[in-house]
Design a protein around this ligand. Structure first.
Ligand SMILES: [Fe+2]
Ligand SMILES: [Fe+2]
Length: 283
């Protein structure tokens, strides 16, 4: 369940860090001029913190300003978790490292990603989730679990589950291409009975589901890898789905709906390309 009421969610100040669960802060850049916004998340527990999918080089100053506004001394960030290696989430590695300025800082990712993360920065030690036993435990005992989602979309893609708040940081899974954005997914109770149209027949706004479906068709490798990743989500008790793009999903009905809609996507990745090509050539 969300810590914000429906009304509060409409009036959130995106210029500030936003606490989405106990000790979990959204520290992203709500740039309204682009269709692909990134959501870095900071988890603070006791005297230490980890940053998940820290963001692009261009977003660095905004992300760091928000980290500072949580009251955290960046020196206390012990781990940078990168759930794959794309520039939208890794581009600021060297900048982060310089400001955090802590010899104990380590990067947690998958070895398939670490090969490429090395090209952003060679300095911090890079750990693979497999050798860490798929988990990280804070000094106070708070446990993060790492869940592999291979080829959804990178070979080493994974998600991170915060056992304390049951928040699932799903990386590109549940992401969206959309020029209309809100931190929390807006939908109506009628969405479960609806086929997504351009405009919602209830509130007249642009339907956000289309942007989510389009993102997965173009970014994920295949329907098989997408379905495997969705099964990992469905197998866990999740109260908050926090993707790296698009909007946070905090209602069980919305989660169920999105999992079902995404599972039924037929043309994903290369199959989507082939289908689009066939359409173009038959015109
Ligand atoms: Fe990606
Ligand atoms: Fe991404």
């Amino acid at each position: 369940m969300s810590i914000y009421s429906k009304k509060d969610k409409e009036t959130l100040d995106y210029l500030q860090p936003i606490e989405i669960a106990e000790g979990v802060f959204w520290v992203g850049f709500a740039d309204m001029n682009i269709g692909l916004r990134c959501n870095p998340y900071l988890i603070v527990d006791g005297d230490e913190a980890v940053l998940i999918d820290g963001g692009s080089r261009g977003d660095f100053s905004t992300v760091m300003m928000k980290i500072l506004r949580t009251g955290l001394d960046p020196h206390k960030i012990k781990r940078l978790i990168y759930q794959h290696y794309d520039p939208d989430l890794c581009g600021s590695v060297a900048h982060m490292e310089a400001v955090i300025n802590n010899k104990e800082l380590q990067i947690i990712s998958h070895r398939e990603n670490n090969i490429f993360i090395h090209f952003y920065s060679t300095t911090p030690k890079k750990q693979c989730i497999t050798t860490l036993g798929y988990s990280y435990t804070f000094g106070n005992g708070r446990r993060l679990e790492f869940i592999p989602t291979p080829y959804a979309h990178a070979p080493g893609s994974f998600m991170t589950y915060d056992c304390k708040t049951k928040t699932l940081f799903s990386s590109d899974l549940f992401g969206s291409y959309d020029n209309i954005w809100s931190l929390y997914l807006r939908s109506t109770d009628d969405c479960t009975k609806c086929t997504p149209e351009n405009k919602c027949h209830v509130n007249g706004r642009k339907c956000p589901i289309n942007g989510i479906l389009a993102f997965h068709q173009r970014v994920m490798n295949s329907a098989a890898s997408l379905r495997y990743a969705l099964e990992q989500v469905a197998a866990r008790e999740v109260t908050l789905l926090a993707p790296q793009h698009g909007s946070i999903i905090d209602s069980p009905d919305q989660m169920k709906l999105m999992i079902e809609r995404l599972k039924s996507l037929e043309h994903v990745g290369f199959d989507y390309f082939v289908q689009q090509n066939l359409r173009e050539t038959s015109k």
